[in-house]
Design a protein around this ligand. Structure first.
Ligand code: NDP
Length: 474
């Protein structure tokens, strides 16, 4: 960086630095490293994820969330258990019928049309090493999409044109459509990218490349498919599954219990935060570096909405099977609502502090009319470490306390999603357990990458902020 550039500081004391692609960035972008256990590991995941999703669905639909084994059916032999206990139930109870296709694919199509047509600010991404530093433009119309979707869904429900309770009524079949669509879309994106010669960072092993993806930035007109799939499909569907379960309870019992309302609030906060901070997602690792393969596509199209919703489904199915509503003492309920809201506050402001700081540095900072704007989301006169690379590493706000404060906050929220259901089933805790694995893997991947990228400056940063998740603990 030149002396002149160092002197350009904005009104908040943040030096401006236009992100440029260094040779190291370009080398790191091309490097192929086998992750997730290589070809064998990813094949196991591609087969295992859908099976696991069906297994969870059977446990919830027919067994009040209990984890079933061959003994649960008094069935002798694994083959018989798999056929009579599992496959038969999937075919009869989760068949992807036309109604389910209309609900799921209708929403997918609707959200794609919104992404294509609604207005929103145009924001530039980071310079891409594979495009010689070129920056792609993203139309951030997530907020109008979200508000429009909330209004339309309320109208459709109250006029009876589409009762939202139909989602809970057809959950197994809708999940089957999502699984089929996850595989179909992965195949389409892979084949089209290959035919168009847009393959990037390929390992040469078909299964591994199918899992990680072939193309980095698939686009249909102005719509970035990766960004659309990450923000516009999974989280709104997750929210509507919880709303549907709560409305179903209201229809049968005449009230919405505190745990059911909790899940609606939890999922509302998550999806709302994603839409209101959409412009910050553009510079995230998923959009900047990950390719668009099975891992991102399947997980967004099917995995996130139909495994992160297990708490909401459990609350409903338990009640339907036993006639009993899950409820807790007032202090326990207040404790969990507090845990959720405190977790959300740290999550929202932690992500905002870093992303806004980075946007200030890039000169792309903007204020948006979005609810809620929480105090301490934008740091005044932040402190930072200047790296030789040029990027600044934030060391104030939550980022002076820990290196991944937003992960800790996310985990606080995810454990609260399980605790609100009580201790009757493991399934509502699946998300938390899975998420611990995801974030642990992400942390080690990210730390390795940053250590390589920033060298001794990263060591200085780690000395300044020694704890990763919780100060004085870890
Ligand atoms: P992070 O927000 O952790 O971003 C990591 C990058 O941020 C680093 O590679 C580095 O990039 C930059 N960075 C790290 N430390 C600093 C610092 N002190 N100052 C400035 N920049 C820094 O990425 P994620 O995408 O993993 O997480 C974003 C959010 O998404 C989190 O809240 C996470 O919990 C959530 N999430 C949720 C998931 C879910 O399924 N619910 C799944 C995954 C994530 P650079 O190279 O630019 O320096």
């Amino acid at each position: 960086m030149t002396v002149d550039e160092k002197e350009k500081v904005n009104a908040n004391g943040v030096p401006l630095f236009k992100h440029t692609v260094t040779k190291l960035d370009a080398d790191m972008d091309k490097e192929v490293i086998y992750e997730f256990g290589g070809p064998v590991g990813v094949c196991a995941m591609m087969l295992g994820f859908p099976c696991l999703m069906y297994y969870f669905w059977i446990c919830l639909e027919y067994h009040q969330g209990k984890l079933i084994t061959p003994q649960s059916y008094s069935i002798q032999g694994l083959q018989s258990f798999v056929y009579n206990g599992l496959i038969h139930k999937v075919i009869t109870g989760a068949f992807p019928h036309w109604q389910a296709v209309k609900i799921y694919m209708g929403f997918v199509l609707y959200s794609a049309i919104c992404a294509y047509s609604l207005p929103g600010p145009i924001v530039e991404g980071l310079g891409l090493p594979s495009l010689k530093g070129k920056k792609l433009k993203y139309c951030c119309n997530g907020l109008p999409f979200w508000y429009l979707t909330l209004a339309l869904s309320a109208i459709l429900h109250y006029t009876g044109v589409f009762r939202l309770t139909q989602i809970a009524d057809n959950i197994g079949s809708i999940m089957s459509v999502a699984i089929i669509w996850g595989f179909t879309m992965t195949t389409l994106v892979y084949v089209i990218a290959s035919v168009m010669g847009k393959r990037h960072r390929m390992s040469g092993n078909f299964f591994y490349d199918f899992f990680m993806g072939a193309v980095l930035n698939p686009r249909v007109g102005p719509v970035d498919l990766k960004m659309w799939a990450e923000t516009r499909v999974p989280w709104p569907i997750l929210f509507f599954i919880s709303v549907s379960c709560a409305l179903k309870q209201y229809e049968t019992k005449g009230y919405i219990s505190a745990p059911a309302a909790f899940m609606v609030l939890a999922h509302f906060l998550y999806v709302n935060s994603m839409q209101k901070a959409e412009e910050c997602i553009i510079t995230s690792w998923d959009i900047f570096y990950e390719k668009d393969g099975f891992m991102l596509i399947f997980w967004n199209m099917a995995g996130v909405p139909f495994t992160y919703c297990l708490s909401s489904i459990y609350i409903l199915k338990y009640e339907q099977a036993t006639g009993l509503t899950i409820s807790h003492s007032l202090p326990y309920t207040i404790f969990l609502y507090t845990l959720l809201l405190v977790g959300y506050y740290i999550f929202d402001t932690g992500n905002a502090q870093k992303n806004r700081f980075r946007m200030e540095q890039n000169g792309s900072f903007m204020t948006r009319l979005a609810f809620p704007q929480l105090p301490w989301g934008h740091l005044k006169n932040p402190t930072f470490i200047r790296t030789e690379h040029g990027n600044l590493l934030l060391t104030s706000g939550w980022w002076g306390i820990a290196r991944k404060p937003h992960y800790t906050a996310d985990l606080m929220m995810s454990i609260s999603w399980g605790l609100i259901t009580g201790f009757g089933s493991f399934l509502p805790y699946f998300y938390f357990c899975f998420f611990v694995c995801v974030l642990t893997h992400r942390v080690s991947r990210d730390m390795e990458r940053c250590a390589k990228k920033y060298g001794k400056d990263w060591d200085r940063y780690c000395e300044r902020v020694p704890y990763i998740f919780i100060p004085y603990v870890f």
